[in-house]
Design a protein around this ligand. Sequence first.
Ligand code: 5RP
Length: 232
Amino acid sequence: MNADEQKKAAAIRALDFVKPGMKLGLGTGSTAEHFVRALGEKVKQGLDIVGVPTSERTAKLAESLGIPLSNLDDTPHLDVTVDGADELDGDLRLIKGGGGALLREKIVATASDRMIVIADASKVVNTLGAFPLPVEVVPFGAAVTARKIAEVAGALGCTGKMSRRADEYGEPFFTDNGNFIYDCDFGTIPDADALAPALNRIPGVVDNGLFTGIATLAIVGTPSGTDIIEKH
Ligand code: 5RP
């Protein structure tokens, strides 16, 4: 199977963890979209679930498929969130935010009893950091915040180019929450457990794409099927 087929296989296997009556967090990105489409088919066949989307993009897709939707104000406790990742290691630490939805993704995942990651095999790494770490920053004073990010990350052994994300027209990319994203190309992140809270202590940083201690299970598509990585 190629990468997209692996994503789809992982997404379809995630349906095994969905039970009638569940409240589900719906992730963002191409792998999560496979899951939302497969879920939409099940809903058409009568599956009774409610979804809470992690982005406007996922909300639109889920709505178009007839999936009943809610939000965290009305549905503050979710059973399972199913979402993709840009990288994951063997302890289920993740880098997320390639699609720009990291903040809502983290809020929704941590409002859930369980976060299940779905990914193709290329996303599995020994050490996080080859994928540039997205950090969501409020626009006010963003250049100052970016300098502080570089300082804090440098003290934890993470150095590299940081660039403010742009959209396809070269204009600043804004998240669904109206913030900027800095993509931090550290190459390797020796201590993700320390870096994640250190970045979030910087005034102006809203959140970063390191998800540590959140996911408990990953379904990884492989050339020949799917593997499970479980955290005990
Ligand atoms: C979006 C994300 C996505 O889950 C991540 O970028 C993976 O995307 P894809 O499934 O398209 O490879 O974190 O913010």
